[in-house]
Design a protein around this ligand. Structure first.
Ligand code: DOR
Ligand code: ZN
Length: 476
């Protein structure tokens, strides 16, 4: 059995940071010990002095593009980007071809990931067929994903559910499974109306007008208001993604204070990429389809991360080729948008730690412990504790990282962060006691990753006086 002593790092445990050595034996963490403590066996040493030892990152928002869009990305390339970036588990989305809405398609997807992924993986399914919901849950779906936004790919009309009665019915069925229901909130009809108004008033039907209307507060806030009321009614475990509108955050804060069963995710493009930064970059001007240019709005997101309204930072790793993004210039209403993120997300966010934009403890929770709790795998994963799986990332908080298109694992081979300089990054990623990436190089073959089934859970009472944090407990 392989064993390691990870020596001299600052170890992030659930109860705080300690200077300690981590002993890994086989697939598990055996102990976290004083640096001076002896241990009898001859372990392989990993020098972590000056570095941080975190649980491997867990992402609940991957677009792996399999099946159907393998020319953009696949399980090998997305998982290698993720592994090199410090991730050990990811859960992907159903907007593929054909969309993952049946047991049969779910199982096909699972086999493909099993063959190719270098990190552990799960899948969200599309809950568009009521009969399939319990079957998908039984087969191990991590949860379900609803798109309220529709148009062309990646917002496939076959996955869209917008009508309140249909949402109510779907939420009820998902509530019975005990799995999370992830929703991309969006008032499609209001968006279309406002977009038509702008173009009638003489604005060009281009990505700039699209971006402006797509990110309007009311388009998101209205959807979130309805979702929260339907959550209150059905008890579904709601997870709201792409959270960036100040009005949505206000509603979500209040809902959490009221004890509603909701968790909140935000993806970095909304609080890093300004429209004017990326406008210069041609097709790269559309990495989010939409980003905001308003520093005030970005600050509202930072504040919500800081006070815990936003629980997790997910990647929305959404690779498209630059060629495909040009379609957006022809018709923004049906063109694809999205950007790859795994290669550099951790470095991007560590830079925010170094510049004081986010507390390191909050970042650590948002990328490891909280997504593990939502997935129901904590503390098996998402914790550096004796007995936990040895899923770890070693971080050099000082290293300089300069993203470049030709150094990406993502098949889309471009980054919205070209030309930026980051401070901090992962130097080694370990999954179940095996080094899977070191200094950016992948150390295992495709297929090393295991399937992680979803777990039925219910919200439990948070400690008195607290509404922040993810309080969940198992449900049979
Ligand atoms: O930027 C995005 N890209 N937002 C989404 O909602 C979907 C995603 C994709 O699949 O490309
Ligand atoms: Zn997405």
């Amino acid at each position: 059995m392989k064993s390691f002593r990870i020596r001299g790092g600052l170890v992030f445990t659930p109860t705080g940071t300690v200077e300690a050595d981590v002993i890994v034996r086989g697939e598990r963490i055996e102990s976290v010990v004083e640096p001076a403590a002896r241990s009898d066996d001859a372990e392989e040493e990993i020098d972590a002095s000056g570095k941080w030892v975190w649980p491997g990152l867990i992402d609940l928002h991957a677009h792996t593009r399999v099946p159907g869009y393998e020319y953009k990305e696949d399980y090998a390339t997305s998982s290698m980007a993720a592994a090199a970036g410090g991730y050990t588990t990811y859960v992907d989305m159903p907007n593929v071809e054909p969309p993952t809405t049946t047991l049969e398609l779910f199982e096909e997807k699972r086999e493909l990931a099993d063959r190719d992924s270098v990190i552990d993986f799960g899948h969200f399914a599309g809950p568009t067929d009521m009969d399939q919901i319990p079957k998908l849950a039984k087969a191990g779906a991590a949860g379900f994903k609803i798109y309220q936004v529709t148009g062309g790919y990646p917002h496939d009309p076959r996955l869209a559910i917008d009508d309140p009665a249909r949402l109510y019915e779907t939420f009820g069925a998902i509530a019975d499974t005990g799995l999370p229901c992830v929703v991309h909130p969006f008032s499609q009809s209001l968006f279309e109306h406002l977009y038509a108004l702008e173009t009638k008033r003489g604005k060009a039907a281009d990505i700039h007008t699209f971006s402006d209307v797509y990110t309007r507060d009311i388009v998101w806030r209205l959807a979130v208001a309805i979702l929260l009321e339907l959550q209150r009614e059905t008890g579904v475990r709601l997870q709201v993604v792409h959270t960036h509108a100040p009005g949505s955050l206000r509603l979500l804060r209040r809902a959490k204070q009221d004890g509603l069963g909701v968790t909140v995710a935000a993806d970095p493009k909304y609080f890093h990429l300004r429209h004017e930064d990326i406008q210069k970059q041609g097709a790269r001007a559309i990495p989010g389809g939409a980003v905001t240019s308003d520093p005030g709005r970005m600050q509202v997101i930072w504040d919500a991360i800081d006070d815990g309204v936003i629980d997790i930072i997910d990647s929305d790793h959404a690779p498209h080729t630059l060629e495909d993004l040009k379609l957006m210039e022809e018709d923004p209403l049906i063109g694809p948008f999205g950007a790859p993120h795994y290669d550099h997300l951790l470095s991007l966010m560590l830079t925010d730690v170094s510049t004081g934009k986010i507390r390191v403890q909050r970042l650590f929770e948002a990328l490891t412990e909280f997504p593990a709790r939502i997935l129901g795998v904590y503390p098996e994963k998402g914790a550096v504790l004796p007995g936990s799986q040895a899923d770890l990332v070693i971080i050099d908080p000082e290293m300089k990282v300069r993203p470049a298109d030709d150094e990406m694992y993502s098949k889309s081979a471009w980054t919205p962060y070209a030309g930026w300089e980051f401070t901090g990054g992962p130097t080694l990623t370990m999954l179940r006691g095996e080094v899977i990436a070191q200094d950016g190089k992948i150390q295992v073959d495709p297929g090393f990753g295991h399937f992680v089934p979803g777990r039925a859970q219910r919200f439990s009472d948070p400690p008195p006086g607290r509404w922040q944090g993810v309080s969940l407990e198992p449900r049979d």
